[in-house]
Design a protein around this ligand. Structure first.
Ligand code: ZN
Ligand code: ZN
Length: 254
């Protein structure tokens, strides 16, 4: 019983088939993530359609410039939906810089405020912007929302600061890559009670599927790698990371 806490079902070629394969591989809970208004709407629809799928709604830093007042208003409405378990993914991405930095900062802060207003946790996306992301979370009291640092980009020191602030660390398929030593160290050093598993499908497929389109079923390879790194059983990884996901996101069976 694995939980994929971060994927983009709406971007998969064959959603039905992917969900069936996920179930066959023991991935029995899936959180599908919004990156803009259309994908947030789709995420909510999928969560209404399938009782093992939950949604998040939010504007990704790449799309930050689309967060105008009308988008914010609809996001707030969607955010209150009972199957919406978090606001995200939100954050800063200075690697691609698809939206100007000042606009990314504004959209990030505004959506943290939204999460605080409606009382839901946040899903952080961060690339090449660790210190800036941390600063925003401090300035906005964003840690009070609770949440997840997805596709964790930092080292063990940052991971320890995160869990001290009450944020969970989400481990992507990258952990299976031979060169991902920093993420492997984080996985070894952070207690299992603070770790989550994610595919970020269709991106970042784990070894041995690396380079192929990712899908929730491949979460199993990431879980096996975490079990190997922590020298514990796959069952313990599955059980504990699922309990963690239920705790932070409040996943209620429909
Ligand atoms: Zn992301
Ligand atoms: Zn994502």
């Amino acid at each position: 019983m694995l939980t994929d806490t971060h994927c983009h079902l709406d971007m998969l070629k064959d959603i039905e088939g992917s969900l069936a394969r996920a179930e066959a591989h023991g991935v029995t809970r899936i959180v599908t993530i919004g990156i803009d208004l259309p994908s947030s709407r789709k995420a909510v629809k999928l969560a209404e359609q399938y009782d093992f799928v939950w949604a998040t709604v939010g504007i990704h830093p790449h799309e930050a410039k689309t967060l105008d007042d009308s988008t914010y208003t609809e996001l707030e409405e969607l955010g209150k939906h009972p199957r919406v378990v978090a606001i995200g993914e939100i954050g800063l991405d200075f690697y691609r810089d698809f939206s100007p930095k000042q606009i990314q900062f504004a959209a990030f802060k505004r959506q943290i405020n939204l999460a605080q207003k409606i009382g839901k946790p946040i899903i952080i996306h961060c690339r090449e912007a660790i210190s800036e992301t941390w600063k925003v979370l401090e300035e906005t009291n964003g840690f009070t929302c609770g949440g997840i640092w997805h596709c964790f980009p930092g080292d063990t020191i940052l991971a320890k600061q995160c869990i001290k602030a009450g944020f969970y660390i989400s481990i992507p398929g990258i952990v299976t890559f031979p060169k991902a030593q920093r993420l492997q160290e984080v996985t070894k050093n952070i207690p299992l009670g603070w770790l989550l598993l994610e595919t970020d499908a269709p991106f970042l497929a784990p070894v041995p599927k690396r380079g192929k389109p990712n899908e929730p079923a491949f979460l199993r390879y990431t879980a096996e790698k975490v079990a190997e790194l922590k020298n514990i059983s796959l069952e313990e990884v599955a059980l504990t990371t699922t309990e963690n996901a239920k705790r932070v996101l409040g996943l209620e069976e429909a």
